[in-house]
Design a protein around this ligand. Sequence first.
Ligand code: 13P
Length: 270
Amino acid sequence: MQTFSSQRSRADEPALWLGTSWKMTKTIGEALAYVEQLLTVDIPSGMQVFVLPAHTALFAVANALPQDSPVLLGAQDAHWARDGAATGEVSMRMVRDAGASIVELGHSERRAAFGETDERIAWKVRAAVDSGLLPLVCVGESHEIRVAGGARDFVASQVAAALSGLNPTEVARAMVAYEPVWAIGEHGRAATLPEVTPVLDSIHEVASALSSTGRLRAVLYGGSVDADNISELVTADGVDGVFVGRAAWDAAGMRRLIEIAAQARRLPGT
Ligand code: 13P
């Protein structure tokens, strides 16, 4: 099975992360067709690509990825309990068993529609680490909070809450994606750098207080990332990568983003 640590032979720590959640868009067949195309893309060393299929396609995609694949696989969510009477849920060890090495937690769509609280997300982050999964915690303020000038404090408190069950060494291995709620999806607009940078600074400040290294593994930006804005985002201070929805839902779109981001960051081989 693919593991995060076995993948790290490409580079000690990737210079740039580029991941996509397919959200609820792909059957198993569609996921496999995407991966087949993605595996033909020349992914530069120094870039860590990841894909997050729906749970139903995880196992099939895991089997389609070679052991030394430059593409990491993750789940879009999982329950905090090891197992038990939680109808309709899957646990961390189940998604790990199906081939995930990353688990996304706390996406704003789940916070808004599926009762995700900071407390539950903290339980999930703890459970993810206990299962050997790399947690990718999504945080972000609503439009109302942004307009009221509270984005920095709100996001800092979300990050601190999510990581509250980890020790400093574990915090250093966690990832956070800053995804302003108003920037996500078909009604969203990508945040500008002046909007993003102060909030990223606040995330890095939380990390410096909680992490054994003073840093998180990576801090990503997400929300309406596309071929037009990815260069600016991946070269911004404090951005270790991007987390993409719609613009990467087809493999040709993902290929384009990989190529543009690699050139913008001047990664070796581009
Ligand atoms: P979009 O790129 O479609 O705005 O979605 C971003 C996102 O929610 C990634 O988790």
